[in-house]
Design a protein around this ligand. Structure first.
Ligand code: SF4
Length: 210
């Protein structure tokens, strides 16, 4: 089967807008990833940001990333509103322990994408946004096919248009590194959940060895 080019699909969708700037709800995983995505999307859409990341552990880390996200928004040339959202770790804990041994990129991560993209689609519909999408594909560690498939399914489920994208393309990831440096953003060294935090694995290895 021919590999889909989500960057090209996004460009085609943008060309169809003919200069109109529709509303779009952007799920953001963190400030650094959102920096390059916002730069790209705000040219064409009226963007509102949603920081729904119940997967981030511990809560202090969630709050630190949230504060960096908010600080970034104060530094950008365009005003980007943000939908309020609470730390909903119970929603992640409802399925994650059963998938604790799954490798990064496996079943736990797919369920994590479903949780975050369903919530975003639901709120995009509820607040009358025309589109929604996510920053997740900017990371070289995230499979764009999985992100886009889950986004498309969430869009169908809640009746709102999902914007296909692969934000790492056209140097998107490199641009996020540049902008993070320019704005002095904190860049975390693990994806988000405790299973992806090497310090936790080191700790549990040490505890198991005791
Ligand atoms: S590794 Fe990242 S994407 Fe996977 S479950 Fe943990 S936080 Fe979610």
């Amino acid at each position: 089967m021919e590999k889909r080019n989500y960057q090209r699909e996004m460009e085609t969708e943008i060309a169809r807008l003919e200069g109109r700037r529709p509303t779009l709800l952007l799920h953001s995983c963190c400030g650094p990833c959102s920096s390059a995505v916002l730069e790209r999307l705000t040219e064409h859409f009226s963007v509102t940001l949603l920081y729904y990341n119940p997967n981030i552990e511990p809560e202090e880390e969630y709050l630190h990333r949230l504060a960096e996200q908010q600080r970034l928004l104060t530094l950008l040339p365009r005003e980007i509103p943000m939908l309020p959202c609470a730390y909903d770790n119970e929603a992640f804990e409802a399925f994650a322990p059963a998938l604790a041994d799954a490798p990064e990129g496996g079943e736990r991560c797919l369920a994590c994408f479903v949780l975050r993209l369903n919530y975003t689609a639901e709120h995009a519909k509820k607040h009358g946004f025309e589109y929604f999408t996510t920053t997740l594909s900017v990371s070289p560690h995230k499979n764009a096919d999985n992100v886009n498939r889950i986004g498309e399914e969430a869009g169908k489920k809640y009746g709102v248009k999902y914007l296909f994208a692969d934000f790492k393309k056209k140097n998107g990831y490199l641009r996020s590194l540049e902008l993070s440096k320019e704005y002095g953003l904190y860049r975390q060294d693990y994806c988000g959940c405790r299973y992806s935090n090497q310090k936790n694995s080191d700790l549990s290895t040490m505890q198991n060895a005791e």
